[in-house]
Design a protein around this ligand. Structure first.
Ligand code: PMP
Length: 434
């Protein structure tokens, strides 16, 4: 048996180097806002496994639901029969869908697979091939989604050729491109999209436009208020489907059940994963029956699709959202975090380092460098602050190419835990500013 103290080295020796890693800690358990390492370290988790364990590590109700399900039925293969937990999960999801037209589901395992399922649906339903994505988007790492991920070249470098028929139009990233002017930024992104449909992929060849409702790995950027509505209008005009990827922004992360509720837009397809089952691998797409019914039986499915234990966990997640007033806590803790970050922005000690503070709910970003103009491509202040935070016992992530930290605490984080985080963030930024 490998000694406890040698496990990290064992991992380095035997796990694919292609997996980049923030730390070499070996996690043993997690509870609420914290994870604990085999070396006895307690770490405040502001990553939640990249926005997955939204109700905290090992939420008791989710754990209990999964344990009970393990004793009843683990694997209920979807091409063979229905299974009760999946049907019950749909029953609970239907009333919280951002639009009543979203009534038919397909479950998968990972976010990437669900994104691919949405593309398959768009192609089948429209009879068209091409897909428009946003620059800065992250949709996954599979052979299909690699072509749709435009946040950083490391995800596709060396893996070309990618699937053809994917076109990228600018996401309205106000701070980077329009000096804080949301209207100019939105106008420009819409114009670029219209130009794309006139110059690169004709509407009759374009099946769907897929957008992360709030840009995730590309910088935690909420779009300007009118952007998605205007994209919806373009889609309606040309018979193009609007797919919203809510893999990272869904399930309470932005203070609403789905981020699209901030914008009052109806997606034709919505992609879900991550927070849906608080750590159990399950993802899915939802669309309207008339579109989903265009898929011939047998064209969709997969061995583990919509696993029964994950579905049972998902049921418990949705119960917890109601019983524990999760969204109320998001609003309160969001304000606390924003107060801290705005304080850093105003402070004489640290203000000169900070370019932008933005986000919705507990999907929050702190962008460094470049002043209000945001010319901070490849900047390193964020990763220096990140290293300080990790040294002080707090896990936190950066985003892709701009110099940005993203904060992804669990949605049930307490006031004290948020204060602890704010102290660590403040100290870390101050130390880097010195
Ligand atoms: N879409 C978005 C918006 C994501 O954030 C991610 C994962 N970070 C994915 C898709 C891919 O999900 P997965 O890693 O589960 O394949």
């Amino acid at each position: 048996e490998v000694k406890m103290s040698s496990l990290a080295q064992f991992g380095t020796n035997h796990i694919a180097k292609g997996i980049g890693r923030l730390t070499t800690h070996v996690l043993e358990r997690g509870s609420g806002s914290y994870v604990y390492t085999t070396e006895g370290k307690k770490l405040l988790d502001f990553t939640m496994g990249i926005g997955v364990t939204n109700l905290g590590h090992c939420h008791p109700k989710v754990t209990k639901a999964a344990q009970d399900q393990v004793g009843k039925l683990v694997h209920g293969q979807v091409n063979i029969a229905f299974q009760e937990p999946q049907l019950r999960l749909i029953e609970k999801l239907l009333p919280i869908m951002p639009d009543k037209s979203l009534d038919t589901f397909f479950f998968w395992n990972s976010g990437s697979e669900a994104v691919e399922a949405s593309v398959k649906l768009a192609r089948q339903a429209t009879g068209r091939q091409n897909i428009i994505v946003m620059q800065g988007s992250y949709h996954g790492r599979t052979m299909g989604t690699m072509a749709m991920t435009r946040s950083k070249t490391v995800y596709s470098a060396g893996f070309h050729p990618l699937i053809p028929g994917v076109y990228a139009s600018p996401f309205p990233y106000t701070h980077q491109f329009h000096n804080g002017n949301a209207q100019d930024c939105s106008d420009n992104a819409i114009k670029e999209l219209e130009i794309m449909l006139l110059t690169q992929t004709a509407p009759k060849d374009t099946a769907a436009i897929i957008i992360e409702t709030v840009l995730g790995e590309g910088g935690y950027v909420p779009p300007p208020p009118d952007f998605l509505k205007r994209v919806r209008e373009i889609c309606d005009k040309h018979g193009i489907l609007l797919i919203l990827d809510e893999v990272q922004s869904g399930f309470g992360r932005t203070g609403k059940m789905f981020a699209v509720e901030h914008y009052g837009v109806r997606p034709d397809v919505m992609v879900m994963a991550k927070g849906i089952a608080n750590g159990f691998p399950i993802s899915g797409i939802v669309s309207r029956k008339e579109l989903m019914d265009l898929q011939p039986p047998g064209s969709m499915g997969g061995t583990y699709a919509g696993n029964a234990v994950a579905c049972a966990a998902g049921l418990a997640v949705l119960d917890a959202f109601k019983e524990e007033k999760v969204l109320d806590n998001v609003a309160a803790r969001s304000k606390q975090l924003f107060d801290c970050l705005h304080g850093l922005q105003k402070s004489e000690k640290t203000g000169h380092l900070i370019g932008d503070v933005r986000g919705l709910g507990l999907m929050v970003a702190l962008e460094f460098g470049g002043g209000s103009k945001g010319d901070n491509i490849g900047g390193k202040i964020g990763s220096r602050v990140q290293n300080k935070c990790v040294e002080k016992g707090m896990l936190v992530l950066t985003t892709s190419i701009y110099d940005t930290l993203r904060f992804i605490p669990n949605l049930l984080i307490s006031e004290e835990e948020m204060s602890e985080a704010c102290e660590i963030i403040t100290e870390s930024v101050e130390e880097v500013a010195r």
